[in-house]
Design a protein. Structure first.
Length: 405
């Protein structure tokens, strides 16, 4: 067992062994029924890690009689895709190749497009998995040719039989008779947050630390990843990143980018940096949002470890840029007025189809004419106040001059 992970040794070989996904693989599960009817299609599996996506793909391949190939998009290249495609020449007409593509969100458009021709003629049946929303990260042409299936976090009760099998295997392997009750198994399942693989790792660690009976203390003494990185810590680290950039500290910004990436949080870092560009830098340097977006797209295309370079560029740019939250405050105040029920009726001269009384600004000097745009009950309300930075003050001076004229 030293050369193999316990989670792999315990990996199910049929649908009955896949836990927590009865809606897909139970007696009336949709995928199980589909295969029983002789139907296999391209599929996108999406959901949290450790919920059975890889296992399901291997079981489907086994039951279908297809040649099974697996690639991980974080490390695979076009050359790897071409190698799989070249194999289809040898199996064409004999069931084809079932390609399992893990973490498909890290494949760029060109890499995903390279599969289309072979999906069309049936030489490749694609099962792709992602922990992200597939509508955001999977090319539309792939989505339109695939069926989407959601994998859900595995509940503690469903994880019990997996941990019972782990206990039996470890006892037989080590010639021991250690014990673990259901309460302890449920505690491990809760710590693992629905991740079967992680639950098995926690169980194995606790097993080797325990004397006769596994305890919570045995679990806690090894559970460094859960105690140091759970949902709260996830948001804490993202908050630290944003506060460091808001506070104009490029060194802390670089640290938190590196920390988050080390925990596999590439997508979260990209999202938060784009928020920061508009919320904290904003109109003081509007191009920051454009540059940050480009860096984030580059990072997602590159994948790790190179992704850390454009993301560091974006983070340090944002940390050293002038700051303004004027737009953030403006839209927040406007949103509060809307929540309070104000501004329901817009001015008549802005309503279609007549726009009666509307004055077209381009017909006037300097492309400006004074007229009311806010609803009557909000007339005169000021949402936006220019911040004291070069860019916004220049714009403010320009409009002050125009409006005086």
């Amino acid at each position: 067992m030293k050369n193999a992970q316990l989670a792999d040794l315990l990996r199910p070989e049929d649908f009955d062994g896949i836990v927590g996904q009865d809606h897909l693989f139970g007696a009336r599960g949709v995928i199980r029924r589909m295969l029983a009817g002789g139907r296999i299609t391209n599929m996108i599996f999406y959901g949290p890690p450790g919920t059975g996506k890889t296992t399901a793909a291997s079981v489907i391949a086994k039951q279908s009689g297809m040649t099974f190939r697996k690639l991980n998009a974080t490390s695979a290249s076009l050359a790897d895709i071409k190698q799989v495609i070249s194999e289809t020449n040898n199996v064409f007409g004999a069931g084809g190749v079932l390609l399992y593509l893990d973490e498909i969100q890290y494949f760029n458009r060109k890499q995903q497009q390279s599969l289309l021709e072979y999906m069309e003629d049936g030489r490749i049946t694609l099962i792709a998995s992602t922990t992200e929303n597939p509508h955001f990260y999977v090319y539309n042409a792939i989505l339109s040719r695939s069926s989407l299936f959601e994998f859900k976090p595995v509940q503690p009760l469903a994880l019990r039989p997996v941990l019972h099998r782990a206990l039996q295997y470890l006892n037989e392997e080590n010639g021991l008779a250690k014990q673990a009750d259901d309460a302890l198994c449920d505690y491990i399942s809760t710590c693992a947050r629905g991740d079967v693989r992680h639950a098995i790792v926690l169980f194995e660690n606790a097993y080797h630390a325990a004397e006769d009976r596994l305890s919570r203390e045995d679990v806690d003494s090894f559970d460094t990843s859960v105690s140091s990185f759970n949902d709260d810590t996830h948001y804490d680290l993202l908050s630290c990143l944003q506060k460091s950039i808001r506070g104009s500290d490029p060194d802390a910004a670089a640290f938190y980018v590196a920390k988050l990436l080390s925990l596999g949080e590439l997508i979260s870092v990209c999202r938060r940096l784009q928020v920061i560009a508009s919320e904290d830098v904003g109109l003081a340097y509007p191009l920051a949002a454009v540059v940050t977006r480009a860096c984030c797209e580059s990072a997602k295309e590159l994948g790790m470890p190179e992704a850390q370079i454009p993301l560091a560029n974006a983070a340090i740019l944002l940390a050293t840029a002038p700051k303004s939250n004027s737009a953030y405050l403006a839209v927040g105040t406007a949103a509060e007025d809307i929540r309070q029920g104000r501004g329901i009726n817009v001015p008549l001269h802005l309503q279609s189809p007549l726009f009666k009384g509307y004055q077209y600004p381009h017909d006037f000097e300097n492309h400006y004419v004074a007229q009311e745009y806010l609803p009557e009950d909000l007339r005169g309300t000021v949402y936006y106040t220019p911040a004291p930075n070069k860019n916004e003050q220049a714009a403010a001076e320009y409009w002050k001059k125009i409006k005086k004229g």
